[in-house]
Design a protein around this ligand. Sequence first.
Ligand code: SF4
Length: 445
Amino acid sequence: MSIATPRDKTNRLSSTRVGGKMTADYWDNIFTAKERGKHVVWYNGSALNPIFQAAGLEWCHGEAFAARLAAQHLEEPAQAAGSEYGYIGELCSYARTHLGCAVLTQKNVNERESGVVGMLDQQELAAKLPAPDFFVNGYAGCSTGQQWDAMTYRVFDRKLPIFNVSIPMLWGNKPDAGYMRGEEWNEASTYVEGQLRELVKFLEQQTGRPFDWDALSESMSYIKKASRLRLDAMELCTLAPTPATYWDWVASIAPINFLPGNQALVDYFAGVKAEIQQRIVDGVSAVANERYRVYFDGIMNWNKLGFLTRKFAEYDVAVVAGRYTHESFWQEPQLIDVDNPLRGMGQHYLLCPLNHGLKNLQELLLKRLDQYSIDGIAFHSTRTCRAMTNPQSMLAKAAERERGVKSFVFEGDVADASFYNDELFDSRLEAMLEAIDVQRMKTMV
Ligand code: SF4
Protein backbone atom coordinates (compact mmCIF):
# COMPACT_ATOMS: atom_id res chain seq x y z
CA MET A 1 0.00 0.00 0.00
CA SER A 2 1.42 3.36 -0.89
CA ILE A 3 1.14 6.27 1.50
CA ALA A 4 -0.18 9.45 -0.09
CA THR A 5 2.10 12.46 0.26
CA PRO A 6 0.12 15.40 1.67
CA ARG A 7 -0.49 18.22 -0.78
CA ASP A 8 2.02 21.03 -0.38
CA LYS A 9 -0.16 23.98 0.60
CA THR A 10 2.64 26.54 0.52
CA ASN A 11 3.18 29.11 -2.18
CA ARG A 12 6.61 30.66 -1.65
CA LEU A 13 7.65 33.92 -3.28
CA SER A 14 9.67 33.26 -6.41
CA SER A 15 11.61 36.53 -6.04
CA THR A 16 13.41 35.25 -2.95
CA ARG A 17 15.30 32.87 -5.26
CA VAL A 18 17.08 35.94 -6.62
CA GLY A 19 18.30 36.63 -3.07
CA GLY A 20 19.44 33.00 -2.80
CA LYS A 21 21.51 33.35 -5.96
CA MET A 22 23.02 36.65 -4.73
CA THR A 23 23.94 34.96 -1.44
CA ALA A 24 25.48 31.93 -3.16
CA ASP A 25 27.55 34.25 -5.37
CA TYR A 26 28.66 36.19 -2.30
CA TRP A 27 30.01 33.02 -0.63
CA ASP A 28 31.69 31.82 -3.82
CA ASN A 29 33.43 35.16 -3.93
CA ILE A 30 34.54 34.84 -0.28
CA PHE A 31 36.11 31.45 -0.96
CA THR A 32 38.53 33.03 -3.44
CA ALA A 33 39.38 36.08 -1.30
CA LYS A 34 42.95 35.02 -0.60
CA GLU A 35 43.77 34.32 -4.23
CA ARG A 36 42.60 37.85 -4.95
CA GLY A 37 44.92 39.25 -2.28
CA LYS A 38 42.11 40.55 -0.07
CA HIS A 39 42.15 41.12 3.67
CA VAL A 40 39.55 38.89 5.35
CA VAL A 41 37.73 39.71 8.59
CA TRP A 42 35.72 37.11 10.51
CA TYR A 43 32.99 38.66 12.61
CA ASN A 44 30.08 37.56 14.75
CA GLY A 45 26.90 39.19 15.95
CA SER A 46 25.84 42.58 14.63
CA ALA A 47 25.72 43.58 10.97
CA LEU A 48 29.02 45.46 10.92
CA ASN A 49 29.52 44.62 7.24
CA PRO A 50 28.93 48.15 5.84
CA ILE A 51 31.97 49.28 7.85
CA PHE A 52 34.03 46.40 6.42
CA GLN A 53 32.76 47.16 2.92
CA ALA A 54 33.91 50.78 3.25
CA ALA A 55 37.28 49.59 4.57
CA GLY A 56 37.79 47.48 1.41
CA LEU A 57 37.66 44.14 3.27
CA GLU A 58 36.03 40.80 2.59
CA TRP A 59 33.79 39.84 5.50
CA CYS A 60 32.66 36.49 6.80
CA HIS A 61 29.82 36.33 9.34
CA GLY A 62 30.16 33.30 11.59
CA GLU A 63 26.48 32.62 12.29
CA ALA A 64 25.57 33.23 8.67
CA PHE A 65 28.01 30.60 7.48
CA ALA A 66 26.87 28.14 10.16
CA ALA A 67 23.21 28.76 9.23
CA ARG A 68 24.02 28.27 5.55
CA LEU A 69 25.71 24.95 6.20
CA ALA A 70 22.75 23.81 8.31
CA ALA A 71 20.21 24.90 5.69
CA GLN A 72 22.13 22.83 3.14
CA HIS A 73 22.46 19.89 5.59
CA LEU A 74 26.25 20.20 5.36
CA GLU A 75 27.00 21.10 8.97
CA GLU A 76 28.09 17.67 10.15
CA PRO A 77 31.79 17.70 9.16
CA ALA A 78 32.24 21.05 10.90
CA GLN A 79 30.31 19.96 13.99
CA ALA A 80 32.33 16.71 14.14
CA ALA A 81 35.59 18.71 13.94
CA GLY A 82 34.33 21.01 16.70
CA SER A 83 33.36 18.05 18.85
CA GLU A 84 36.75 16.39 18.30
CA TYR A 85 38.37 19.65 19.40
CA GLY A 86 36.34 19.42 22.62
CA TYR A 87 33.18 21.50 22.22
CA ILE A 88 30.15 19.87 23.84
CA GLY A 89 26.72 19.57 22.25
CA GLU A 90 25.15 22.08 24.66
CA LEU A 91 27.27 24.89 23.23
CA CYS A 92 25.43 27.17 20.78
CA SER A 93 25.28 25.19 17.54
CA TYR A 94 26.21 28.24 15.46
CA ALA A 95 29.38 28.56 17.53
CA ARG A 96 30.02 24.82 17.40
CA THR A 97 29.70 24.73 13.62
CA HIS A 98 31.80 27.82 13.06
CA LEU A 99 34.51 26.75 15.52
CA GLY A 100 34.62 23.44 13.63
CA CYS A 101 35.06 25.46 10.41
CA ALA A 102 37.93 27.31 12.10
CA VAL A 103 39.58 24.00 13.03
CA LEU A 104 39.19 22.71 9.45
CA THR A 105 40.34 25.99 7.91
CA GLN A 106 43.39 26.10 10.18
CA LYS A 107 44.20 22.49 9.27
CA ASN A 108 44.04 23.43 5.62
CA VAL A 109 46.37 26.39 6.16
CA ASN A 110 48.91 24.22 7.99
CA GLU A 111 48.77 21.50 5.36
CA ARG A 112 49.30 24.00 2.58
CA GLU A 113 52.32 25.42 4.43
CA SER A 114 53.77 21.96 5.11
CA GLY A 115 53.20 20.86 1.50
CA VAL A 116 50.85 18.05 2.58
CA VAL A 117 47.89 18.13 0.23
CA GLY A 118 44.73 16.11 -0.04
CA MET A 119 44.42 15.42 3.68
CA LEU A 120 41.03 17.08 3.54
CA ASP A 121 38.50 16.94 0.78
CA GLN A 122 38.89 20.36 -0.78
CA GLN A 123 35.28 20.27 -1.91
CA GLU A 124 34.07 20.10 1.65
CA LEU A 125 32.33 23.37 2.14
CA ALA A 126 33.11 23.62 5.85
CA ALA A 127 36.84 23.80 5.12
CA LYS A 128 36.60 26.41 2.39
CA LEU A 129 36.48 29.58 4.46
CA PRO A 130 39.53 31.75 3.86
CA ALA A 131 41.56 32.10 7.06
CA PRO A 132 40.94 35.44 8.79
CA ASP A 133 43.50 38.24 9.01
CA PHE A 134 41.72 39.48 12.13
CA PHE A 135 38.46 39.15 14.06
CA VAL A 136 35.79 41.61 15.06
CA ASN A 137 33.14 40.75 17.60
CA GLY A 138 30.00 42.84 18.06
CA TYR A 139 27.58 40.89 20.20
CA ALA A 140 24.36 42.20 21.72
CA GLY A 141 22.44 40.26 24.33
CA CYS A 142 24.52 37.07 24.23
CA SER A 143 27.62 36.13 26.18
CA THR A 144 28.49 33.19 23.91
CA GLY A 145 29.74 35.47 21.15
CA GLN A 146 32.79 36.83 22.99
CA GLN A 147 33.84 33.36 24.16
CA TRP A 148 33.33 31.98 20.69
CA ASP A 149 35.76 34.53 19.25
CA ALA A 150 38.20 34.02 22.10
CA MET A 151 38.24 30.30 21.27
CA THR A 152 38.61 30.97 17.53
CA TYR A 153 41.58 33.17 18.43
CA ARG A 154 43.16 30.18 20.19
CA VAL A 155 42.45 27.86 17.24
CA PHE A 156 44.45 30.28 15.10
CA ASP A 157 47.42 30.05 17.50
CA ARG A 158 46.67 33.34 19.32
CA LYS A 159 48.33 35.30 16.57
CA LEU A 160 45.52 37.30 15.02
CA PRO A 161 44.29 40.69 16.24
CA ILE A 162 40.79 40.86 17.68
CA PHE A 163 38.52 43.84 18.33
CA ASN A 164 35.46 43.66 20.54
CA VAL A 165 32.64 46.17 20.00
CA SER A 166 30.91 46.30 23.36
CA ILE A 167 27.12 46.58 23.06
CA PRO A 168 25.27 47.10 26.36
CA MET A 169 21.99 45.39 27.18
CA LEU A 170 18.89 47.60 27.12
CA TRP A 171 17.42 46.61 30.47
CA GLY A 172 14.48 48.99 30.26
CA ASN A 173 14.22 49.31 34.06
CA LYS A 174 14.05 53.08 34.41
CA PRO A 175 10.60 54.76 34.44
CA ASP A 176 11.23 56.60 31.15
CA ALA A 177 12.60 53.52 29.38
CA GLY A 178 10.88 51.97 26.38
CA TYR A 179 11.55 50.89 22.83
CA MET A 180 13.84 53.57 21.30
CA ARG A 181 13.16 56.06 24.06
CA GLY A 182 14.41 57.22 27.44
CA GLU A 183 17.73 58.17 28.94
CA GLU A 184 19.13 54.63 28.79
CA TRP A 185 18.53 54.51 25.03
CA ASN A 186 20.27 57.83 24.43
CA GLU A 187 23.25 57.00 26.62
CA ALA A 188 23.70 53.52 25.12
CA SER A 189 23.44 54.98 21.58
CA THR A 190 26.25 57.44 22.31
CA TYR A 191 28.37 54.69 23.86
CA VAL A 192 28.04 52.32 20.88
CA GLU A 193 28.66 55.13 18.40
CA GLY A 194 31.96 55.76 20.24
CA GLN A 195 32.81 52.07 20.01
CA LEU A 196 32.28 52.12 16.26
CA ARG A 197 34.68 55.08 15.93
CA GLU A 198 37.28 52.99 17.76
CA LEU A 199 36.57 50.10 15.39
CA VAL A 200 37.24 52.37 12.41
CA LYS A 201 40.64 53.28 13.92
CA PHE A 202 41.41 49.58 14.41
CA LEU A 203 40.53 48.87 10.76
CA GLU A 204 42.76 51.71 9.60
CA GLN A 205 45.63 50.12 11.54
CA GLN A 206 44.95 46.68 10.11
CA THR A 207 44.58 47.74 6.48
CA GLY A 208 47.13 50.56 6.53
CA ARG A 209 44.64 52.76 4.67
CA PRO A 210 42.49 55.73 5.73
CA PHE A 211 38.86 54.77 6.18
CA ASP A 212 36.56 55.70 3.28
CA TRP A 213 33.72 57.62 4.95
CA ASP A 214 32.07 58.41 1.60
CA ALA A 215 31.92 54.71 0.79
CA LEU A 216 30.21 54.07 4.14
CA SER A 217 27.61 56.77 3.45
CA GLU A 218 26.98 55.35 0.02
CA SER A 219 26.50 51.75 1.15
CA MET A 220 24.24 52.89 4.02
CA SER A 221 22.12 54.86 1.55
CA TYR A 222 21.45 51.63 -0.36
CA ILE A 223 20.77 49.69 2.85
CA LYS A 224 18.33 52.37 4.00
CA LYS A 225 16.41 52.14 0.71
CA ALA A 226 16.44 48.34 0.76
CA SER A 227 15.21 48.33 4.35
CA ARG A 228 12.29 50.63 3.55
CA LEU A 229 11.23 48.39 0.66
CA ARG A 230 11.48 45.33 2.89
CA LEU A 231 9.35 46.95 5.61
CA ASP A 232 6.75 48.15 3.06
CA ALA A 233 6.54 44.59 1.74
CA MET A 234 6.17 43.19 5.26
CA GLU A 235 3.41 45.67 5.99
CA LEU A 236 1.46 44.32 2.99
CA CYS A 237 1.37 40.97 4.80
CA THR A 238 -0.91 42.34 7.50
CA LEU A 239 -3.67 41.48 4.99
CA ALA A 240 -5.51 38.19 5.48
CA PRO A 241 -4.95 35.82 3.79
CA THR A 242 -1.33 36.83 3.75
CA PRO A 243 0.42 37.14 0.37
CA ALA A 244 3.81 36.08 1.86
CA THR A 245 4.86 34.40 5.08
CA TYR A 246 7.51 34.49 7.74
CA TRP A 247 9.38 31.81 5.74
CA ASP A 248 9.74 34.21 2.82
CA TRP A 249 11.21 36.76 5.24
CA VAL A 250 13.58 34.10 6.56
CA ALA A 251 14.70 33.47 2.98
CA SER A 252 15.60 37.13 2.61
CA ILE A 253 17.54 37.48 5.88
CA ALA A 254 20.91 36.83 4.24
CA PRO A 255 20.62 39.72 1.74
CA ILE A 256 19.60 42.30 4.34
CA ASN A 257 21.98 40.98 7.00
CA PHE A 258 25.31 40.75 5.23
CA LEU A 259 25.29 41.28 1.45
CA PRO A 260 27.02 44.45 0.21
CA GLY A 261 25.01 47.66 0.32
CA ASN A 262 24.55 48.41 -3.39
CA GLN A 263 21.93 48.89 -6.10
CA ALA A 264 21.50 45.11 -6.50
CA LEU A 265 20.29 44.92 -2.88
CA VAL A 266 17.73 47.67 -3.49
CA ASP A 267 16.56 46.00 -6.72
CA TYR A 268 16.14 42.71 -4.92
CA PHE A 269 13.81 44.12 -2.25
CA ALA A 270 11.95 46.16 -4.88
CA GLY A 271 11.34 42.82 -6.65
CA VAL A 272 10.05 41.18 -3.46
CA LYS A 273 7.67 44.08 -2.82
CA ALA A 274 6.44 44.11 -6.44
CA GLU A 275 5.71 40.38 -6.35
CA ILE A 276 3.70 40.76 -3.13
CA GLN A 277 1.76 43.70 -4.57
CA GLN A 278 0.96 41.64 -7.66
CA ARG A 279 -0.23 38.75 -5.49
CA ILE A 280 -2.65 41.10 -3.74
CA VAL A 281 -3.99 42.32 -7.09
CA ASP A 282 -4.37 38.71 -8.30
CA GLY A 283 -5.83 37.42 -5.02
CA VAL A 284 -2.98 34.92 -4.50
CA SER A 285 -2.27 33.77 -0.94
CA ALA A 286 0.90 32.26 0.50
CA VAL A 287 -0.87 29.37 2.26
CA ALA A 288 -3.85 27.59 0.72
CA ASN A 289 -6.90 27.91 2.97
CA GLU A 290 -5.35 30.15 5.66
CA ARG A 291 -7.32 29.58 8.89
CA TYR A 292 -4.83 30.58 11.58
CA ARG A 293 -2.28 33.38 11.76
CA VAL A 294 0.74 32.57 13.86
CA TYR A 295 3.73 34.53 15.15
CA PHE A 296 7.10 32.73 15.41
CA ASP A 297 9.34 33.48 18.40
CA GLY A 298 12.86 32.07 18.33
CA ILE A 299 15.66 31.74 15.82
CA MET A 300 14.84 29.32 13.03
CA ASN A 301 15.86 25.71 13.00
CA TRP A 302 17.81 26.14 9.78
CA ASN A 303 17.94 22.39 9.08
CA LYS A 304 14.15 22.26 9.07
CA LEU A 305 13.14 25.35 7.15
CA GLY A 306 11.36 23.69 4.21
CA PHE A 307 9.97 21.00 6.48
CA LEU A 308 8.43 23.45 8.96
CA THR A 309 7.14 25.69 6.17
CA ARG A 310 5.13 22.77 4.77
CA LYS A 311 4.21 21.47 8.21
CA PHE A 312 2.53 24.67 9.39
CA ALA A 313 0.71 25.02 6.06
CA GLU A 314 -0.62 21.44 6.35
CA TYR A 315 -2.49 22.68 9.43
CA ASP A 316 -3.80 25.74 7.51
CA VAL A 317 -1.47 27.93 9.54
CA ALA A 318 0.09 31.00 7.96
CA VAL A 319 3.13 32.00 9.99
CA VAL A 320 3.04 35.72 9.27
CA ALA A 321 5.66 37.41 11.44
CA GLY A 322 8.39 36.66 13.95
CA ARG A 323 10.74 38.19 16.52
CA TYR A 324 13.85 37.33 14.56
CA THR A 325 12.66 38.51 11.15
CA HIS A 326 10.63 41.54 12.16
CA GLU A 327 12.65 43.01 15.03
CA SER A 328 16.08 42.78 13.36
CA PHE A 329 18.08 43.74 10.29
CA TRP A 330 17.95 47.53 9.73
CA GLN A 331 14.32 47.53 10.84
CA GLU A 332 14.27 51.22 11.83
CA PRO A 333 15.70 52.91 8.72
CA GLN A 334 14.63 56.37 9.88
CA LEU A 335 17.48 56.17 12.40
CA ILE A 336 20.09 56.13 9.64
CA ASP A 337 21.55 59.51 8.71
CA VAL A 338 23.45 58.66 5.53
CA ASP A 339 25.73 61.69 5.94
CA ASN A 340 26.73 60.62 9.44
CA PRO A 341 25.70 57.00 9.72
CA LEU A 342 27.56 55.62 12.76
CA ARG A 343 24.97 56.56 15.39
CA GLY A 344 22.05 55.00 13.51
CA MET A 345 24.14 51.91 12.86
CA GLY A 346 25.04 51.58 16.52
CA GLN A 347 21.37 52.03 17.43
CA HIS A 348 20.42 49.14 15.18
CA TYR A 349 23.03 46.96 16.88
CA LEU A 350 21.41 47.85 20.21
CA LEU A 351 18.00 46.89 18.84
CA CYS A 352 18.94 43.25 18.36
CA PRO A 353 15.87 41.27 19.55
CA LEU A 354 18.06 39.49 22.14
CA ASN A 355 19.17 42.75 23.69
CA HIS A 356 16.00 43.95 25.38
CA GLY A 357 14.64 43.49 28.89
CA LEU A 358 11.15 42.06 29.24
CA LYS A 359 9.37 45.43 29.15
CA ASN A 360 10.54 46.24 25.62
CA LEU A 361 10.00 42.69 24.39
CA GLN A 362 6.41 42.73 25.59
CA GLU A 363 5.83 46.08 23.93
CA LEU A 364 7.17 44.73 20.63
CA LEU A 365 5.25 41.47 20.83
CA LEU A 366 1.90 43.10 21.59
CA LYS A 367 2.42 45.54 18.73
CA ARG A 368 2.98 42.66 16.28
CA LEU A 369 0.03 40.65 17.64
CA ASP A 370 -2.26 43.58 16.89
CA GLN A 371 -0.66 44.57 13.60
CA TYR A 372 -0.85 41.05 12.10
CA SER A 373 -4.12 39.91 13.77
CA ILE A 374 -2.30 36.98 15.36
CA ASP A 375 -4.23 33.95 16.67
CA GLY A 376 -1.35 32.01 18.17
CA ILE A 377 2.38 31.98 18.87
CA ALA A 378 4.91 29.24 18.13
CA PHE A 379 7.72 29.50 20.66
CA HIS A 380 10.76 27.74 19.23
CA SER A 381 12.66 26.88 22.38
CA THR A 382 16.03 27.16 20.70
CA ARG A 383 17.91 24.64 22.82
CA THR A 384 21.46 25.98 22.70
CA CYS A 385 20.48 29.66 22.46
CA ARG A 386 19.51 30.74 25.97
CA ALA A 387 19.55 34.37 24.87
CA MET A 388 16.52 33.78 22.65
CA THR A 389 14.75 31.32 24.91
CA ASN A 390 15.09 33.04 28.31
CA PRO A 391 12.05 35.37 28.20
CA GLN A 392 9.70 33.05 26.28
CA SER A 393 7.49 31.79 29.11
CA MET A 394 6.95 35.37 30.33
CA LEU A 395 6.12 36.50 26.80
CA ALA A 396 3.62 33.64 26.47
CA LYS A 397 1.91 34.76 29.70
CA ALA A 398 1.80 38.39 28.55
CA ALA A 399 0.24 37.43 25.18
CA GLU A 400 -2.48 35.37 26.89
CA ARG A 401 -3.12 37.93 29.62
CA GLU A 402 -3.14 41.07 27.43
CA ARG A 403 -4.64 39.76 24.18
CA GLY A 404 -5.98 36.25 24.90
CA VAL A 405 -3.49 34.87 22.35
CA LYS A 406 -2.66 31.15 22.75
CA SER A 407 0.78 29.69 22.24
CA PHE A 408 2.77 26.46 22.22
CA VAL A 409 6.44 25.61 22.77
CA PHE A 410 8.55 23.22 20.73
CA GLU A 411 12.20 22.34 21.14
CA GLY A 412 14.72 22.58 18.36
CA ASP A 413 17.92 24.41 17.61
CA VAL A 414 19.51 26.83 15.18
CA ALA A 415 21.94 24.43 13.52
CA ASP A 416 21.50 21.07 15.23
CA ALA A 417 18.51 19.02 14.03
CA SER A 418 18.84 16.45 16.81
CA PHE A 419 16.95 18.58 19.34
CA TYR A 420 13.73 18.56 17.28
CA ASN A 421 10.99 16.02 18.02
CA ASP A 422 8.26 15.73 15.41
CA GLU A 423 5.61 14.00 17.55
CA LEU A 424 5.91 16.61 20.27
CA PHE A 425 5.66 19.37 17.67
CA ASP A 426 2.47 17.92 16.17
CA SER A 427 0.72 17.31 19.47
CA ARG A 428 1.53 20.75 20.86
CA LEU A 429 0.56 22.61 17.68
CA GLU A 430 -2.70 20.64 17.49
CA ALA A 431 -3.47 21.48 21.13
CA MET A 432 -2.97 25.18 20.47
CA LEU A 433 -5.15 25.14 17.34
CA GLU A 434 -7.91 23.33 19.25
CA ALA A 435 -7.73 25.96 21.98
CA ILE A 436 -8.05 28.68 19.33
CA ASP A 437 -11.08 26.89 17.83
CA VAL A 438 -12.74 26.66 21.23
CA GLN A 439 -12.08 30.33 21.86
CA ARG A 440 -13.57 31.25 18.48
CA MET A 441 -16.71 29.21 19.14
CA LYS A 442 -17.17 30.90 22.49
CA THR A 443 -16.97 34.36 20.94
CA MET A 444 -19.59 33.35 18.35
CA VAL A 445 -22.09 32.20 20.99
S1 SF4 B 1 23.71 31.55 21.82
FE1 SF4 B 1 22.09 32.41 20.50
S2 SF4 B 1 22.51 34.60 20.32
FE2 SF4 B 1 24.35 33.61 21.12
S3 SF4 B 1 25.57 33.17 19.33
FE3 SF4 B 1 24.36 31.34 19.69
S4 SF4 B 1 22.48 31.59 18.46
FE4 SF4 B 1 23.50 33.61 18.59
